[in-house]
Design a protein around this ligand. Structure first.
Ligand code: 4NP
Length: 189
């Protein structure tokens, strides 16, 4: 028997498939004992490494058993670490993303991950383009829809701007990742 957040005794979730409705798309998302989340932007050096680092940090704080990864729809930075400006803003908030390495999204990611969060509408379209079914496409979502449903907000590309753009990206992603935990984390413990 496990104890919940308020100390009450709770039965362990069965490791078999658990289904719950998405509050956003009104489709069923299926979770196994570990939720697997993929963060996606264009280069996988600015936004999605931050999204991965922030969600991993929150997952660890909550004691959840999730897998979080990130990838890019473009292949121009494969093998590189996160942009220095992303590393700096993460570090300023107590998060180390220096060990990450950019990779390009592949079709196997679509079945491998339970949910794929895109940073903006262009990446959403490009990831849905590699899906083979509507069921697969339903896994692909805009990350800001978790915290700001219905607004279709993008996380803006900070690559050609200054440090303030990276802080803005951090704040948006922190809000979205907090909502991801709130919306999907309760059934994990
Ligand atoms: P990201 O940012 O998609 O958040 O990693 C970018 C990184 C590189 C480029 C554009 C956006 N680029 O044009 O090289």
């Amino acid at each position: 028997m496990r104890r919940g957040a308020k100390g009450e005794e709770r039965k362990r979730q069965p490791s078999s498939l658990v289904s719950r409705p998405s509050p956003l798309l009104n489709v069923q998302f299926n979770y196994f004992s570990r939720m697997k989340v993929l963060m996606v932007c264009l280069g996988n050096i600015c936004r999605s490494p931050l999204a991965q680092g922030i969600l991993e940090h929150k997952v660890k704080q909550k004691g959840l058993d999730w897998t979080v990864d990130s990838a890019g729809t473009g292949g121009g930075h494969v093998g590189l670490g996160p942009d220095n400006r992303s590393q700096e803003v993460a570090h300023a908030h107590g998060i180390d993303i220096s060990a990450q390495e950019a990779r390009r999204i592949r079709y196997s990611d679509i079945s491998e991950f339970d949910v794929i969060y895109c940073m903006d509408a262009t990446n959403l379209v490009n990831v849905r383009d590699i899906c083979h079914s509507l069921e697969e496409e339903a896994k692909v979502k805009l990350i800001m829809e978790e915290s700001d449903p219905g607004k279709k907000l993008d996380v803006p590309d900070p690559y050609y701007g200054g440090a303030s753009g990276f802080e803005r990206v951090f704040q948006l992603l922190d809000r979205a990742c907090e909502a991801i935990i709130e919306n999907h984390g309760d059934h994990r413990q």
